[in-house]
Design a protein around this ligand. Structure first.
Ligand code: URA
Length: 216
């Protein structure tokens, strides 16, 4: 297991190669006309991060889902409601955190009339790290929470594994603390009730670590 001081293959978002803007508002404005990959073509909105500019903690998900794409806001659909409930049980106020995604446009496939989520590929994650890296540069949070494999890949590269490293706080460039945990949608996919509850409690345990990074 990688410990707090190990240096995994660092993800693109922590390298200096990111957008340049003086404020989050300006960065969002730039991102709204993003054509760095093809995902903008079929998306309704670019879903930029949301939360206080002074946030000490940044939560990073994978990409917007159907509801987020339609509303233009991160984590407002079923995974977002579950995240809110688990944060609440962990004693963390979402309103004090900045919430964003590794990829900022919804990627999906049509199945009949439904838009089904598709995982972003490595190229899409890398191109979108242009925006995530700049968000982190402007916010300079004390802790970044990587929710699931896409966020982990963007922030920490390919050597970190969610199920092996979850619950660990990694320290890739000596600058940022990054807490690795699962994505809340993983809980939504579990059918068996006991396993679902065990996994939910383990997720809440991970989220409790955030409290040490929030000023009281
Ligand atoms: N899943 C994510 O990763 N991000 C969202 O904003 C919504 C669902």
């Amino acid at each position: 297991m990688l410990d707090k001081h190990s240096s995994p293959d660092t993800g693109p978002s922590l390298k200096p190669d990111h957008a340049d803007a003086a404020t989050l508002g300006e960065l969002r404005h730039q991102a709204e006309s993003c054509t760095r990959c093809d995902l903008y073509r079929n998306a309704t909105h670019l879903v930029f991060g949301e939360g206080p500019e002074t946030a000490e903690v940044v939560l990073v998900g994978e990409q917007p889902g159907d509801k987020e794409d339609l509303s233009g806001r991160p984590f407002v659909g079923p995974a977002g409601r579950l995240l809110d409930a688990c944060l609440n049980e962990a004693g963390v106020d979402r309103d004090r955190c900045y919430v964003t995604n590794a990829v900022k446009h919804f990627k999906y496939q049509m199945r009949g009339k439904k838009r089904l989520h598709s995982r972003p590929n490595a190229g899409e994650i890398q191109r979108c790290a242009w925006w995530l890296g700049a968000e982190l540069e402007l916010l300079k949070p004390k802790l970044v929470v990587a929710l699931g494999a896409t966020a982990v890949s963007s922030l920490l590269g390919s050597k970190v594994r969610v199920m092996r490293d979850r619950g660990s706080i990694l320290h890739p460039l000596g600058e940022l603390d990054i807490l690795v945990t699962i994505h809340p949608s993983a809980l939504l996919r579990i059918r068996e009730a006991d396993e679902k509850e065990r996994s939910r409690l383990a997720f809440i345990q991970d989220l409790k670590k955030i409290r040490n990074f929030l000023r009281h």
